[in-house]
Design a protein around this ligand. Structure first.
Ligand SMILES: *Cc1c(COP(=O)(O)O)cnc(C)c1O
Length: 379
């Protein structure tokens, strides 16, 4: 599904030399690379504050802690996503409220968000799934109307752009009150272990977050709030510093592969290719709104499960993200949920399949993958 070695080969000298400096100087924690990476990422994203932390799940949790959300507060998020988002909501004893998604973008459905808002609702967590932003204009409008926080889970869309109706272009994760991301190795900007970060333009919130990641300390050994220990280590920061200047090129490589996939699948009756909604072109011809963390098809003639088996027989990796909706996961069952409230998610889990997507895909691989998929789906 992912090929990380090609990227490593291209940055090997820089990475090896930075890591060996860290080993020689023992600056494992809070070394210069962490500070420098923070500044470089702030500049790249055009955001005032980046707060590095240990992973993307912590980033979400710390963001929610920083906003002062209290047990019993309701937080609305998508039913069709990775469990980390709902997990931290539950862990903080907030009440997760899962809602359905849109059939074309797989992102949270704004009408469903509005239906789920109650007097206890305090925040919305849009997950920018598979590499493109949820409908942030509409989500921010709802947030303003109902006085809610917006926390963007940007683990899958770092580098993506979002152009608002007023023409303003911003990086995914910097649009709401606070955003989070993950540097897990297979993410679009991945380190060689775990890593994450929180983004905000709010000075006061940034200050609060910097204390929370460090045991609630603002002055050494003075613990003003309950915090956590969540650090990006220097070695990971050094890897990320080598990769960040290449992030736009990585995004372009993914978009190129996606374009080739979609061109090959064009006109196929039972194969629905991913759409990009924040740009003018159906397959993201000249735009930068989708960074294709995943390239996800819908197979509409009931052959998805058999296709998964067939591809595996042919030596082609693939994935089903996500096979079980969060509202049906044992840990997150809630009497308030009704199957009828999740028609789109319940359909998507039967139809979606993600194909190999990374920066090293070549034409021959794409041709083999697409012809294998087309032949099987039409057989
Ligand atoms: C990967 C991911 C996370 C969690 O990131 P980790 O660094 O693995 O903790 C959270 N949300 C989404 C949508 C993700 O894809």
């Amino acid at each position: 599904m992912v090929d990380l070695n090609g990227q490593y080969q291209a940055i090997k000298e820089q990475v090896n030399s930075s890591i060996s400096t860290i080993l020689e100087t023992s600056a494992f924690i809070n070394g210069a690379d962490v500070k420098e990476f923070q500044k470089e990422l702030e500049a790249y994203l055009g955001v005032k504050h980046v707060i590095p932390c240990a992973n993307g799940t912590d980033a979400l949790q710390i963001a929610m802690m920083g906003l002062g959300l209290k047990p019993g507060d309701e937080v609305i998020t998508a039913d069709f996503t990775f469990a980390a988002t709902v997990e931290v909501i539950a862990l903080l004893q907030l009440t997760p409220v899962l809602v359905d998604v849109e059939p074309d973008t797989f992102n949270i459905d704004v009408a469903a968000i509005e239906r789920a808002i109650t007097p206890k609702t305090k925040a919305i967590v849009p997950v920018h799934l598979f590499g493109q932003c949820a409908n942030m204009d509409a989500i921010l409008a709802l947030a303003e109307k109902y006085n809610l926080f917006v926390i963007e889970d940007n683990a899958q869309a770092i580098g993506a752009n979002y152009t608002s109706k007023n023409g303003k272009k911003q990086k995914a994760g910097t649009i709401g009150h606070v955003g989070s991301t993950s540097f897990f190795p297979s993410k679009n900007l991945g380190c060689y272990g775990d890593g994450g970060a929180i983004f905000t333009n709010d000075d006061e919130l940034a200050h609060t977050l910097r204390g929370i990641v460090n045991h609630g300390m603002y002055v050494r050994y003075h613990h003003d709030v309950v915090g956590v220990n969540s650090r990006l280590d220097s070695i990971q920061a050094a890897v990320l510093r080598a990769k960040l200047p290449k992030l736009d090129a990585y995004c372009d490589a993914r978009r190129n592969a996606a374009r080739k996939y979609s061109a090959a699948f064009a006109g196929q009756a039972h194969i629905v290719v991913p759409v990009t909604t924040n740009c003018t072109s159906a397959i993201c011809e000249n735009c930068d709104c989708h960074v294709f963390h995943q390239y996800t098809l819908k197979i509409t003639n009931g052959k998805r499960d058999d296709l998964v088996q067939h591809l595996s027989d042919k030596g082609i990796p693939c994935g089903v993200y996500y096979p079980i909706p969060l509202h049906r996961q044992k840990a997150y069952l809630d009497d308030r949920y009704n199957e009828a409230d999740f028609p789109v998610t319940n359909q998507l889990i039967k139809e979606v399949i993600s194909l190999p997507m990374h920066t090293e895909l070549d034409d021959e691989q794409i041709e083999y993958i697409t012809s294998t998929v087309i032949d099987f789906v039409n057989a």
